[in-house]
Design a protein around this ligand. Structure first.
Ligand code: ADP
Ligand code: MG
Length: 380
């Protein structure tokens, strides 16, 4: 496999690479729109990865190529990298190199070639996979010895400050820190993390991922507005973040907030409770109990946080109608992917049910696959 990547690398960059690094996409089981509220999340890494084959350069140049890019090699001067200076996909890896240097790490140029089977723009965090693979490669090529969590935070800083996407820490922490056979229980305030064993197979269950293949444009602006709404609500309540609102204080808090902020707060408080409950059930070995927690989470995203759309609602409804134990949209929303927890024997009927519902509604056929908790970022 390395030989194949090395041959392609040589064709693009004209030299032999040093190695290949891989970073996975993720699905979040529960804990949506909680990461920028200092709350809790529970993602798993997907078997799908972004691989980067790489070699360091000592002339201060950064050369970037992606099999999923624009067919061009983007060549940049490391010293000139600045937020907003790199358009398109190359901004993600360039941003990682910039973030490393901003943090004081002595990193120079590199030749990087990417290939990926993480669907892009599907709410499965292809951007975090791209960033984490880059960060891991540069850390090793320059002997930085960064930990997985350090890589993740640098990658998040690149996406926030260089690319300009105000995402929380979940996607990069999931891609960098997840482990095979476990979900990652992450406190996004303290970054304390716990690997919670999740053996779907032993429970006779599958996690079906349904990529609706829609991405509604309103997503980007709406995300920033929702984040600002949560921050304003916390400020009005005199709290550092919505994570600090104790569930018993919710009714009183709702009475003190403008009408449009109440539902946002209700979602965040309820969602943090759902993460805690999911972890408890998993620790008792009751994987099936996740089902109703997923469906309740979806209702909250649909009715209170209002980030679902017709396609994700239909995927959830039709999966549950066809026998899934529970389902919800995963990722930021306005399209993207839905996860469904399904008994292995019921998998064909659930996939058929979702497909038939999409056909009837006149929606494009969704892409479906099953996922098991897979390893995080690593050198291959
Ligand atoms: P998501 O992270 O949910 O897939 P984003 O909008 O955050 O969606 O990131 C998708 C963007 O990341 C793509 O539009 C592209 O610019 C970039 N990207 C991700 N993976 C790759 C890749 N393998 N090659 C080139 N660009 C990629
Ligand atoms: Mg992303």
């Amino acid at each position: 496999m390395f030989e194949e990547a090395a041959t392609e690398f040589e064709a693009v960059h004209g030299t032999r690479p040093t190695g290949t690094w891989a970073a996975p996409g993720r699905v979040n089981l529960i804990g949506e729109h909680t990461d920028y509220n200092d709350g809790f999340v529970l993602p798993i890494a997907l078997p799908h990865t972004t691989r980067v084959t790489a070699r360091r350069r000592d002339d201060g140049r950064l050369r970037l190529f992606s099999a999923q890019g624009d067919g061009q090699v983007t060549e940049l001067a490391v010293a000139d990298l600045a937020p907003g200076s790199v358009a398109g996909w190359a901004g993600y890896p360039a941003g990682v190199l910039w973030a490393l240097r901003e943090a004081g790490h002595r990193v120079g140029g590199a030749d990087l070639s990417f290939d990926s089977d993480v669907p892009t723009g599907a709410g499965l965090s292809s951007s975090a996979a791209l960033e984490c693979a880059t960060a891991a490669a540069l850390s090793d090529l320059y002997g930085l010895g960064l930990t997985a969590a350090e890589l993740a935070l640098l990658a998040q800083h690149a996406e926030n400050a260089f690319v300009g996407v105000p995402c929380g820490a979940m996607d990069q922490m999931a891609s960098a820190c997840c482990t095979r056979g476990a979900a990652l229980h992450l406190d996004t305030r303290t970054l304390q993390l716990r690997h919670v064993p999740l053996d779907l197979d032993a429970a006779g269950l599958c996690l079906l991922v349904i990529d609706t293949r829609v991405k509604h444009d309103l997503g980007d602006g709406a995300y920033a507005a929702l984040r600002a709404g949560c921050e304003r609500a916390a400020a009005l309540l005199g709290l550092p973040a919505l994570r600090d609102l104790a569930p018993p204080d919710l009714p009183a808090a709702l009475g003190r907030l403008p009408a449009e902020l109440g539902p946002l707060v209700r979602h965040v408080v309820g969602e943090n409770l759902r993460v805690a409950e999911a972890v408890e059930r998993l620790e008792e070995g009751d994987v099936a109990a996740l089902g109703p927690i997923l469906t309740a989470g979806h209702a909250s995203l649909r009715d209170d946080f209002r980030v679902s759309c017709a396609e994700t609602d239909l995927a959830v409804e039709s999966a549950v109608r066809a026998g899934a134990l529970g389902a919800r949209m995963t990722g930021g929303g306005f399209g993207g992917s839905v996860i469904a927890l399904v008994g292995t024997a019921a998998l064909p009927q659930v996939e058929d049910g979702v497909r038939a519902a999409f056909r009837q509604a006149g929606f494009a056929a969704p892409v479906t696959f099953t996922a098991v908790p897979s390893p995080g970022t690593r050198r291959l």
